[in-house]
Design a protein around this ligand. Structure first.
Ligand SMILES: NC(=O)c1ccc[n+]([C@@H]2O[C@H](COP(=O)([O-])OP(=O)(O)OC[C@H]3O[C@@H](n4cnc5c(N)ncnc54)[C@H](O)[C@@H]3O)[C@@H](O)[C@H]2O)c1
Length: 382
């Protein structure tokens, strides 16, 4: 994670976060440990809890002295988030808005600001803002260009397929992969699945995104039609109940069902249980087999986010830029938080550019700059 490393070196010198209490509700992984080390180098006191009960890497949790454990039950998971909230962090880092929303329930006094990592979290925080209840500025790390373009497209694109392949050892070439949701994340999964030789079918509700999928050369059709075609189904919509009873009833024998969206609500598990002939069987770790009308449907990771639950999440090279955004957003909040409006705010462009420049440098890539004449030309309306 060379970008984060260079930030850590600067933070160690400048100590821009001296004494700040930072509550982080993130995936407890080795990459997050690097972020925690960077924040500590800047002088902060970070406290970490898990953003997802199934994705914690226990050895990392132990090394960091964090209570989260992989597979902890729902109540324990929520209790860990409450513990961090009750410690009264001044800055929050979220991947799904759980910590900051709990803090809003407790009373958010003293919070300087937050940074949010994922689309679903931003959706919740924008609702809070629209209700006039958002009590601090929140930096939408998820929407910076270095996060959106690279993390979602390349990071999730690769790691979601990696999770599916690790769990099933499935050969994607020649299979039909039905993808629900063609946002930046879905697009990344589609590109990679296609590269692996799968035929990709996209199901969308947004006509622009559907058109984009079609013009990217993919098949687009309603889910009810795709349900009988697919070998692998991947939801990545941020919506609830996307795969439902009427779809399960049409699926082929051997179908694989995975979710790459943030919450485990995209595949309707109650409906799956209701249409199943009997209790599911665990046929492989993280693969539960339901029999529906005699046909076997394989649910991965209980419908939880597949790249993290069945794989290792984004590779470090993708998380490097993502967490560089977080580290610089924290520094920005520490310096300017008090003056910022209580809204969901974009990552300042200079931060995005600094990260891209550092990343290019780490790859040994140099680029051109505008000449003074070009700068004049672009600055002139005439
Ligand atoms: N697994 C990961 O590591 C990872 C990484 C980034 C984002 N996410 C999560 O993935 C989800 C999608 O993220 P995004 O940034 O691409 O979001 P997005 O909102 O930009 O795109 C989602 C797309 O799904 C479509 N959609 C919504 N409901 C649908 C439905 N019922 N049927 C078909 N299409 C539907 C929307 O029209 C939209 O185009 C979110 O939950 C986000 O938090 C996960």
């Amino acid at each position: 994670m060379p970008v984060l490393r260079s930030l850590r070196e600067r933070f160690q010198r400048d100590r821009p976060l001296a004494g700040l209490r930072i509550g982080a509700c993130l995936q407890v992984t080795a990459e997050t440990a690097n972020l925690v080390a960077t924040l500590r180098a800047g002088g902060a006191e970070p406290e970490l809890c898990a953003a997802n009960p199934l994705t914690t890497q226990d050895e990392v949790a132990e090394a960091l002295g964090v209570s989260a454990r992989r597979g902890e039950d729902f109540d324990t998971w929520v209790a860990h988030i409450r513990e961090v909230a009750e410690w009264r962090p001044q800055i929050t880092l979220d991947d799904g808005a759980d910590l900051l929303t709990v803090l809003h329930q407790l009373g958010p006094e003293g919070v300087i600001g937050g940074a949010e990592e994922t689309t679903t979290g931003l959706l919740r925080l924008r609702k809070l803002e629209a209700d006039g209840e958002l009590a601090c500025p929140v930096i939408a790390v998820n929407e910076s260009r270095t996060e959106r373009t690279f993390n979602d497209r390349y990071g999730t694109g690769q790691s979601a397929l990696d999770g599916i392949i690790r769990a099933t050892n499935l050969l994607l070439a020649g299979r039909e992969l039905v993808l629900m949701g063609y946002g930046p994340t879905g697009r990344g999964i589609a590109q990679r699945a296609r590269g692996a030789g799968a035929v990709v079918i996209v199901c969308e509700v947004d006509p622009l995104r559907a058109l984009e999928a079609r013009m990217d050369g993919l098949e687009v059709m309603p889910l009810l039609e795709a349900a009988g075609r697919g070998d692998v189904f991947v939801t990545v919509t941020g919506s609830r109940g996307v795969l439902r009873a009427e779809h399960f009833e049409r699926m082929k024998d051997g179908s694989v069902l995975a979710n790459a969206g943030h919450f485990d609500v995209e595949i309707d598990l109650d409906a799956l249980r209701a249409v199943a002939d009997d209790e599911p069987r665990e046929v492989l770790p993280l693969v539960e087999q339901y029999t529906v009308g005699g046909r076997k449907l394989n649910l991965l990771a209980r419908g939880r986010v597949v790249n993290l639950a069945a794989g290792e999440g984004h590779p470090p090279a993708a998380m490097d830029m993502s967490f560089a955004n977080v580290a610089l957003a924290v520094e920005h909040l520490a310096l300017h938080g008090a003056e910022l409006p209580h809204r969901v705010l974009p990552v300042p462009q200079p931060i995005d550019e600094e990260i891209a420049r550092l990343k290019l440098g780490s790859l040994g890539v140099e680029i051109d700059t505008l000449t003074p004449d070009q700068q004049d030309y672009r600055a002139s309306w005439s």
